[in-house]
Design a protein around this ligand. Structure first.
Ligand code: SAM
Length: 388
């Protein structure tokens, strides 16, 4: 049974599955980094930081004390306390949108029970994500239009409620980022529903246009379809101006794959770097897996084994001179790593690098590929013989 189907029966507060707790931990770890970095190095002095939780929930679970809004105000407080002396940004605003009045009531009660820094300002909107976003934009327009940091967490139940036009609108600003819980399972079911009238309306809303019509081959296996949905969604995000970094983490149930994904999109490499570090830092306990970029393949990933991805990096770039920045972007978008260093080390150990071009005045030791020293890498044309 898909998550979207399950969720319809849930009471005001429900029991969190392990992957839900992992999702909240990932968000918490990322927000600590996000508030800390932007608080101490804002794009301009006193720029306010705006965090929006578009599907906030009740703030707690029957088996877990903190929902996403609570970890957000805690992360904001912790960043302000830790970096008080070096804080250069303005205040932190946390806006929570929740459609269900009983859940919002619970959240408001819960928010009153936690103590947070006086420079953290929570606000609540009992309405839909789309209407809430409009209201937040009216109250705090600058993060939506200027270079003031904005992070939006979009965590609906199921496939609908977060139209692509809203996501695109958020990502119009230079410093905005989103983390979206994409219910590929639910979306694939909509595709499967056949050509009934509503299908076209829903899919056009989810993907922001009609590109879905050319996409998934809907006679494929259901798991493959879910990955095709993810692939199409990522392509839609990448098509937005300035959005160079898009990555998905697969979330797994206890028994088998449940086909939903956390999709992160940003215009800045540091954002994705920190998101990957956050993922690595949480206790995964099998609740998360790296989701391979190739449709139709799922790879349980081990962070300590770069060989598989080093092979792919080499195959993609063999016989070419590749600037370091391009290798970094490849590592961020197409591998689970935050940088290409360990993959390049593996490639060099296997004698597949022709030469390493250094920046003026720099030197390097074999096996090291620091972004401060390396300008470009020239890969051999050859075939990989290495094992392991
Ligand atoms: C998956 S839960 C959110 C969990 C929460 N983000 C967390 O991590 O603790 C989704 C929430 O969205 C609410 N919701 C459903 N449709 C909505 C809509 N269109 N706009 C805003 N909230 C909605 C539901 O009532 C539910 O509380």
């Amino acid at each position: 049974m898909g998550f979207s189907v399950m969720s319809k029966k849930l009471p005001t507060i429900w029991k969190a599955e392990p992957h839900t707790i992992a999702k909240i931990e990932l968000l918490s770890a990322y927000l600590k980094a996000w508030f800390s970095i932007l608080g101490t190095k804002p794009p301009r002095r006193n720029a306010e930081l705006l965090y929006v939780d578009g599907f906030a929930g009740p703030g707690e679970y029957t088996n877990h004390p903190t929902g996403s809004p609570i970890v957000a105000v805690e992360a904001a407080t912790s960043a302000l306390n830790t970096h008080e002396a070096r804080w250069r940004a303005g205040d932190i605003h946390c806006a929570f949108v929740e459609l269900d009045a009983a859940r919002m009531e619970n959240l408001e009660r819960k928010l009153k029970s936690v103590s947070f820094h006086p420079r953290v300002h929570p606000s609540t909107y009992t309405t839909s994500f789309v209407n809430g976003l409009d209201a937040i934009k009216t109250a705090r327009p600058s993060p939506f239009s200027r270079a003031e940091p904005l992070f939006v967490f979009i965590d609906p139940f199921g496939a609908t409620g977060a139209p692509f036009t809203a996501v695109a609108d958020i990502l119009r600003s230079r410093t905005s980022e989103v983390l979206i819980n994409l219910d590929a399972d639910g979306i694939a079911r909509i595709f499967r529903a056949g050509d009934d009238a509503n299908r076209g309306v829903l899919l056009t809303e989810i993907f922001g246009g009609t590109s879905w019509r050319e996409s998934p081959s809907f006679d494929a296996d259901f798991d493959v379809q879910c990955r095709q949905v993810l692939d199409l969604y990522k392509r839609r995000l990448r098509s937005l101006p300035g959005i160079g970094y898009v990555f998905a983490f697969e979330m797994r149930g206890k028994l088998d794959s449940i086909n939903y994904f956390l999709v992160f999109a940003s215009g800045h490499p540091l954002g994705l770097e920190k998101m990957k570090e956050a993922m690595k830092s949480i206790d995964q306990g099998g609740a998360y897996a790296f989701c391979d970029a190739d449709v139709g393949q799922s790879l349980l990933f081990r962070f300590d084994d770069p060989a598989e991805f080093a092979r792919r990096l080499f195959e993609r770039h063999k016989g070419k001179r590749v600037p370091y920045e391009e290798l970094r972007d490849y590592a961020l978008n197409d591998t689970p790593f935050a940088n290409p260093k360990r993959m390049l080390k593996w490639i060099e150990e296997n004698d597949l690098i022709e030469s390493v071009e250094l920046l003026p005045g720099k030197t390097r030791c074999r096996g090291t590929f620091s972004e401060d020293a390396v300008n470009a890498v020239v890969f051999r044309q050859g075939a990989i013989h290495a094992q392991g």
